[in-house]
Structures are given as C-alpha cells and as structure tokens.
Design a protein around this ligand. Structure first.
Ligand code: GLV
Ligand code: MN
Ligand code: MN
Length: 394
C-alpha cells in the first residue's frame, strides 16, 4: 500500500465529494499524527514549532538544512494530491536515499506546514506566513473559522500556545534550501510529455472580502421597487470578474454567504470572497480595482453599502533561477514551468533559496476530486526528489 493510500480514508467529504482537511481540525490533526508516526518509524526526530509546522529531522537539526515538504490540509472538497503528495514523496525520498546508502552531509528535514490552503481561517500559507513575518500574529490570532472559532482557540486545542505564533527567525534561519514537490495544477507537463518538471514562477495573487449590506425583508410582501437587496450587487460583482480578468489574469468568486440565507428572505447582507491573480502586482491591483468599481456602482444603484477588505496578498514569485536550473539539470534537463497556484514555497522564496518540483497531472484539474497523478509518475516524483536531496545535501 502506498503512503497516499494509507491516508485515503482520512477526511473524505461525503457531502461535497473529495477531501475536506483544514488547519488544526480533527482530520488535519489525525493526518499530522500519522505523519509523526511515519517519520518516527524512519528514525526521524519530530518537533513542532511555535507556528504549528512539523519538522522531521534526519540527523541533528541545524543550520544550512536542506528542507523538503508541503502540507496535509486541503480546500473544501479538494483532491487527494495537493499537499499530501509533497509529504508522502518526502518520506519516500528518505526511504530511497537510505536504500542507496546515502547519508546526508547537511541536516535534512521534512516540513509539514499547517493551513496552506486557508480553507478554515481564510489566509493561505498560514504557517509559512507566520514563520516569515508575512502575517501579523495579532491579526492571525483573531482570524475565525466559519463556526466562529478563533485561530488562537484552535491552536490552543491542538496543544500550542497562541502567544507563540509569529515570526521565527531561528527556525527560518535553519533552512539552507527549501524544495517542495507538488502535483501540477494544470496540463503543462502533459503537453510536454514529461512526468516531472521544476517551477519557474507563481502569479501575484490575493484574496478580498466584499460585504454588501442592504435591508432584510419578506420575499413575497416586498415590492421589487422597494427593495435594497444585497444579492443583486453581489451577482453583478461576480459577473464583473469575467470582464475584468483579461490578458492571462484570473478572478474567481468561489464562496458567497448570504445572511441570513433563506429562500423566502431578502438577505440583509451578502459576503463574497474574490480571489484575483495576474502576472504582476500592477495588473492584479488593476483587476481588483475594476471589480471593486463595478461592485461599488452596483451597490449604490441598489441602495446598499459595500465594504472591501484585503485578507491576504503576495507578489509574483520568481524561483531562484540558479537553483531552478541546477535542479533541472540534476534531473536530466526536465522542463521549467510557471504556475497560477500559491504555495508555502512561494512564501519562503522571499527568504531562502527555494525550488519546486511538479508531478504530471493527467486531468489538469486541482482543488477538486478529479485531481490526479498516475502511480508511476508519483514514483518518478519521489525518485526525482531523492535525486535532488542527494545532490543538495551531500
Ligand atoms: C493554493 O493552492 C492556492 O493557489 O490558492
Ligand atoms: Mn492548493
Ligand atoms: Mn498545495
């Protein structure tokens, strides 16, 4: 049984399909315990840092470490590979290196970051943002999940001290090089007929919360001309995303919550979340500005109020070109390709030499149950990761 098969039953979402595994929820905690057991079975010493990232060390923890890893959480109703493949491949790479008789000449660690998707608390790459100082710990502690549980309470329930959240220069300083293996979230490697590639860049991207406030009322008794229905400007904002996202930009509303949310009730408020991405910050900001202008005009026309809050933002990432080319050459000249998806590697790239390996995804689908990688390609990915770790840690 493969390591991915071993966790195939954990966090299955019967209602939505796929997996729902979110930062510090019982499912993610079960996966974390599973990882700790697997790491310890390999003789790796596991520690949990102040921000809830797990570190499994081959050899004594130390500076200039070669670190690989990914995350175990998912989006709501997500696929089996986004995150877990990077973790299972890391464990398999350690097995392969041991079988080759390799002993690292530098500290080597597997890191598992919490809440990479932001599926519970809304901010993606929570663990790496906290570690690097990209997210203010006070703001982080106040984040709430859809049930109103704060991140502070969630980490406390998981056995961590919420006061310890925040920038960790010592932990960050130990990373000499970080390499994250990930399922590809597109069909680039399919088109190139390559099982494995390296990442070149990540689009600039962020998340914005739009709340429209109108007047709750009766769906039958309120004449159409008398309404201040926040669902209308919300709908027009969603339509505006299609028009605003041009020239390779992407804009998505994947989540909308009417309050109170009844079939025969005109909502009193509607909140939606915009995910916008583009080649660079000016282009991303222009997309968001266009959508915000459309939202404001639609809100005004309906007599509604609008508040817009930026929940997270990250500039374009260009992975270290020297490392990228070095790893591509080490793997026999595999292709380099860009991605529109965010990763902990993208957050770390601003601080340490960072690279990513992608494994071919024949469906090209991600953040959905159809996400896939053939077992042979997963094996090629683990072998490639082992090659890269051997190359870097000798
Ligand atoms: C995470 O995968 C993201 O790109 O949002
Ligand atoms: Mn993802
Ligand atoms: Mn991921």
């Amino acid at each position: 049984m493969s390591l991915l098969d071993a966790i195939a039953d954990v966090g299955v979402d019967q209602r939505r399909g796929g997996y729902s595994r979110h930062g510090f929820d019982p499912v993610e905690l079960e996966l974390r315990s599973w990882f700790v057991a697997e790491a310890q079975a390999r003789g790796l010493a596991v520690e949990t840092d102040r921000n809830g990232t797990l570190w499994a060390w081959w050899g004594a923890p130390g500076d200039r470490a070669i670190v690989t890893g990914s995350h175990l959480d998912s989006v709501p109703g997500g696929g089996a590979f986004d995150g877990p493949l990077g973790v299972t491949s890391a464990l398999e790479a350690v097995d392969l290196l041991r079988a080759r008789g390799f002993t690292p000449g530098k500290p080597l660690a597997i890191a598992v970051f919490p809440e990479e998707e932001g599926g519970r608390f809304g901010v993606a790459c929570l663990g790496s943002r906290l570690m690097t100082g990209a997210l203010d710990p006070d703001k982080a502690r106040r984040l709430t999940d859809p049930d109103g549980v704060t991140l502070a309470d969630a980490v406390r329930s998981a056995g961590l001290d919420p006061a310890g959240l925040g920038r960790d220069p010592v932990g960050l300083g130990r990373i000499g090089t970080f390499v994250e293996l990930h399922v590809e979230q597109g069909r680039g490697l399919v088109d190139l007929a390559a099982p494995v590639g390296v990442a070149s860049s990540i689009l600039a991207h962020g998340r914005w919360r739009f709340t429209f406030t109108g007047e709750g009322n009766h769906a039958g008794a309120t004449m159409m001309g008398d309404r201040r229905d926040p669902m209308l400007p919300a709908a027009m904002t969603i339509a505006a995303t299609r028009k605003a996202a041009v020239a390779g930009a992407r804009a998505t509303v994947g989540r909308i919550v009417p309050n109170p949310g009844g079939t025969n009730v005109i909502a009193s408020s509607v909140t939606l979340w915009l995910d916008a991405r583009a080649d660079d910050t000016p282009r991303t900001r222009a997309v968001v500005a266009d959508i915000t202008a459309a939202a404001q005009a639609a809100a005004l026309a309906e007599g509604c109020e609008l508040t817009v809050t930026e929940e997270s933002y990250g500039d374009t990432v260009h992975f270290d070109p020297v490392l990228r080319d070095d790893l591509a050459a080490c793997l026999g000249g595999v292709p380099a390709l860009p991605t529109g998806a965010g990763h902990d590697a993208g957050i770390l790239a601003a601080h340490v030499p960072t690279a990513m390996l992608f494994v071919r995804n024949p469906t090209g689908v991600s953040h959905a149950p159809q996400e896939f990688a053939e077992p042979a390609d997963c094996a090629a990915g683990s072998a490639a990761l082992a090659d890269v770790l051997e190359h870097l840690a000798q």
